[in-house]
Ligand binder design. Structure first.
Ligand code: ATP
Ligand code: DNN
Ligand code: MG
Length: 265
């Protein structure tokens, strides 16, 4: 996939850093990936959107391919709207089977969505929104189609940064490092890692991971959202988002203080 296929590359715009400032929140498009499926990408996406919305930004969220629905028939963007409130949402394709999009498309005959289409949607939305978040399906290299197109192609085509959402506990270091290494190899910027669901009673591995995850990710720990956050209502969720996300997203999360609270660091 080259930049010509998407038509254009969105240039991240950075605001000047000041003492307290949000350094990169002026980036227009962010890709939210994860170490796998069910790690909390949608909750993190909702939290970033909620904070941006609360600061007056117009936010759009793109779900590139929705494969499988919750038992109540809802998809990720229903969750985003419930948690983040007034955001524009675009689901580009829906498959009913909870599978990789390429597999679900092959089995159902429903058309695939291409990285160029996803990038194009993000570019269009960026004309009328301050922030566009793109969530994939599962982890970074899950295929959209049988040509092997993935979310990595979308991030590369757009030239925009990626946030890695990771699990808290044992096993996350390898998956995070694999994701970060692929991003590095493909020349895609990773801004850092966020724990999608931080346990109420974290075990030893989870606590130690607060120190080791940034190393595996090759970037800072930019947040940790408590487990159960997805069940809150909009106002409560906003406060959790503020506490759980770094100042880079307009929140108050301090990784050193957080680690200290768990006797790490
Ligand atoms: N912090 C959290 N609070 C509450 N529920 C959570 C949290 N993180 C994850 N979950 C729950 O775990 C499940 C998976 O989370 P989520 O839907 O965000 O995963 P995902 O990484 O977006 O997966 P997918 O690849 O399907 O998009 C969901 O049912 C969600 O409600
Ligand atoms: C069904 C699930 N919730 C996602 N929508 C799709 C996850 C695909 C993962 C494929 C894989 O990595 O093996
Ligand atoms: Mg999701």
């Amino acid at each position: 996939m080259d930049s010509g296929e998407s038509g254009q590359r969105v240039q991240p715009r950075r605001v000047e850093a000041s003492a307290t400032a949000v350094v990169w929140f002026d980036v227009t498009v962010i890709v939210i990936t994860g170490t796998g499926t069910g790690v909390g990408k949608t909750i993190v996406t909702s939290a970033i959107a909620a904070l941006a919305g609360a600061s007056g930004r117009k936010v759009a969220v793109v779900k590139a391919a929705q494969a499988g629905l919750e038992p109540d028939g809802t998809g990720d963007l229903d969750t985003v709207r419930r948690l983040a409130g007034d955001v524009t949402t675009r689901e580009m394709v829906r498959y009913l089977e909870p599978l990789a999009p390429a597999t679900a498309a092959r089995r159902s005959g429903i058309p695939t969505v291409t990285p160029a289409q996803i990038a194009g949607t993000a570019v269009d939305l960026s004309e009328t929104h301050d922030l566009v978040l793109i969530e994939g399906a599962g982890g970074l290299l899950v295929r959209f189609d049988d040509t092997g197109a993935t979310l990595a192609d979308v991030a590369w085509a757009l030239g925009v940064p990626v946030v890695i959402v990771a699990q808290a506990g044992l096993g996350t270091l390898n998956a995070t490092a694999l994701t970060a290494e692929v991003l590095l190899r493909r020349g895609i910027e990773s801004v850092g890692v966020i724990v999608g669901s931080w346990p109420a009673d974290p075990d030893l591995a989870a606590r130690c991971n607060l120190e080791d995850l940034p190393v595996a990710a090759g970037g800072p720990l930019l947040g940790a959202l408590p487990e159960g956050a997805g069940g809150l209502d909009g106002a409560e969720f906003l406060e959790i988002a503020r506490a759980g996300l770094s100042p880079w997203f307009g929140g108050d999360f301090d990784p050193e203080q957080f680690a200290k609270a768990y006797n790490i660091g």
